[in-house]
Write a protein that binds this ligand. Sequence first.
Ligand code: F7E
Length: 340
Amino acid sequence: MNKSAMISGITGQDGGYLAKFLLQKNYTVYGLYRRASNDTFFRLKEHEIFDKITLLDFDLLEFTNICRVIRKYQPDEFYNLAAQSFVSASWEEPLYTTQADGMGVLYLLEAIREFSPKTKFYQASTSEMFGKAVEIPQTEKTPFYPRSPYAVAKLMAHWACVNYRESFNIFSCSGILFNHESPMRGEEFVTRKITLHLAKLYNKLTDAPLKLGNLDSKRDWGFAGDYVEMMWKMLQNDNPDNYVIATGETHSIRDFIHEVSRYCNFDIEWQGNNENEKGIDKKSGKTIIMVDKQFFRPAEVDLLIGNAVKAKEILSWEPKVKFNDLCKMMILHDIDKTRK
Ligand code: F7E
């Protein structure tokens, strides 16, 4: 019999890549989504898998609904990718973020414990839990220091996952994923915000400079398509555990801008400091980037870089797409998309 997998957050970047991956492995895929008035299925349509998934109404804050779907379908595997995932928004909506990203996970674990204890559970944990990192690079053993309501909530979920494993023998894994991007990334995240806007400037669809916040924070950016394989591998291993998933390379927002600019024929020179800094194209003299303090965060995570050696040794996993390839993939996609 085919295995079954339930994916919450099916409409997000990772939901699409994971569903595609599992369908190729002949899984029956149940996609859990939150009802909305706009079309949130565009990624599933772009992956050409929309009609291959059984879509079910779901809300992380509605415990009765969670119990019903888990009890009815009792999936072999549950991937919890649903969350309020935009770090910036978590300062504006700390209570909602904590309910969804912290308590929501407890609801899921309780429903599994009660109605489907054989279901293997994957929790989308995050490098944001390392926050003001106390060690470089970060591993599964690095102490946590969350810097946003988002990270605080995710940390609670991470420990709940460990605790249900140790208390009730639930097969729950925590994947501590560093930033992972793709052409399907949401437009509010910095990489996609940059590639979309630079592509529009390149195709002369706008003249307006791109407004950004802190250009000097550094992230370990991998490709989402690589990372979903690791989610699956964690649940196929004999024992549930926590794994860091990262590339082991770190780059600043500024580096990302320079790398994607090459494909738009921009040669950016920086002028001014802090809130008055601008990125000017040397060739045309046009302002491409403007720093705008509205995009600064109340507390920043300055530097993240992961060491995924445990994933390599135990699960034979390594990322395939490197930083330069990721930049190229994203900017070429957006140049093409905006041209159409
Ligand atoms: O910010 C800086 C910003 O929003 C990255 C989520 O998937 O990865 C993601 O979280 C950096 C930060 O991602 C802008 O201050 C500058 O230092 O792309 P981001 P994130 O906050 O790292 C982790 C692993 C998750 O778990 C999250 O769910 O870029 N930055 N200027 C900006 N960021 C944004 N969004 N917009 C700007 O204008």
